[in-house]
Design a protein around this ligand. Structure first.
Ligand code: NAD
Length: 264
């Protein structure tokens, strides 16, 4: 096909404003993703189980001239998820971009891991992503356009002392590929971004667990990363924006690791 420079009409289409919902948007990577989506002109729903945190991020976005609302839900609870998505739809319109980011770790050696910690981690990452997809994808199908981006982790490839988290993230990558197949005929793509070490609330918890100060922990971690530094939420957001782009419809069922190197 002959290449032609993009027309004004094409450029306008690429800048289309969508309603984007980011789970776990009240902190860390989710907050960075919400801010980047808003900076492209999308209307953002910041969902978190801590409403004060979601409210702060939504306030920052509005203060910078963007559009944002904050909603509370625990993503593993089907009733709260349905209510939150109804709230977002009433305030901004149907969700076009879903970022399944909410998550946390409860690490332990497999033989010492309590069943409750297994269930809690799997419920948020895996059941939560399923519930959020179920609550938002019907409207995307109706519109004939949708983008779902799941936040996985390089831990999906294997990691010690966190069998619940590794299993949940590996499951999320399988879920991504399977849902991509189901939703491809509806104009909905489903992809995953797998961060390496990113400095967020989660890093503070990991440092404490390893018995190190945050500074010691970050310095040690940086030495293991080929590019020589820890990631930021905005590094991760760049990859999310790629998958969420208006014309990224030929990319689906993929996982991209954003980790400062092939083994970062
Ligand atoms: P964070 O603790 O800074 O933020 C997580 C947010 O999710 C919090 O605001 C929390 O309240 C919310 N949340 C947790 N469980 C929830 C639930 N059930 N329902 C609704 N909200 C919930 O952590 P982060 O590092 O920004 O993590 C974001 C995502 O990135 C997670 O899925 C995590 O597994 C993934 N990740 C993080 C790193 C890292 O190094 N920080 C690396 C790889 C993957």
């Amino acid at each position: 096909m002959e290449w032609r420079p993009p027309t004004r009409e094409h450029q306008d289409r690429l800048m289309k404003s969508r309603v984007a919902l980011v789970t776990g948007g009240g902190s860390g990577i989710g907050a960075g993703v919400a801010q980047e989506l808003a900076s492209l002109g999308h209307q953002v729903a910041v969902l978190d189980r801590v409403i004060e945190a979601a409210g702060e991020v939504a306030d920052q976005i509005r203060a910078s001239g963007g559009t944002a609302v904050a909603v509370r839900a625990d993503v593993s609870d089907p009733v709260e998820v349905a209510q939150a998505v109804d709230e977002v739809t009433a305030a901004l319109g149907p969700v076009g971009i879903l970022v399944n980011n909410a998550g946390f770790a409860k690490d332990n050696m497999v033989l010492d891991m309590p069943l409750d910690d297994w269930d809690a981690v799997v419920a948020t990452h895996l059941r939560g992503s399923f519930l959020m997809l179920k609550a938002t994808a019907p409207a995307m199908r109706e519109a004939g356009w949708g983008r779902i981006v799941n936040i996985s982790s390089i831990s999906a490839l294997g990691d010690d002392d966190r069998v619940n988290y590794v299993a949940a993230k590996a499951g999320l990558e399988g879920f991504t590929r399977a849902a991509a197949l189901d939703l491809a005929p509806c104009g909905i793509t489903v992809n995953a971004v797998g961060p390496g070490v990113v400095h967020t609330g989660m890093t503070t918890v990991s440092a404490a667990r390893a018995g190190r100060t945050l500074e010691q922990h970050l310095e040690l971690q940086a030495k293991t990363i080929p590019v020589g530094r820890i990631g930021t939420p905005h590094d991760i957001a760049r990859a999310v924006l790629f998958f969420a782009a208006e014309d990224a419809d030929f990319v689906t069922g993929q996982v991209i690791y954003v980790s400062g190197g092939p083994h970062g």
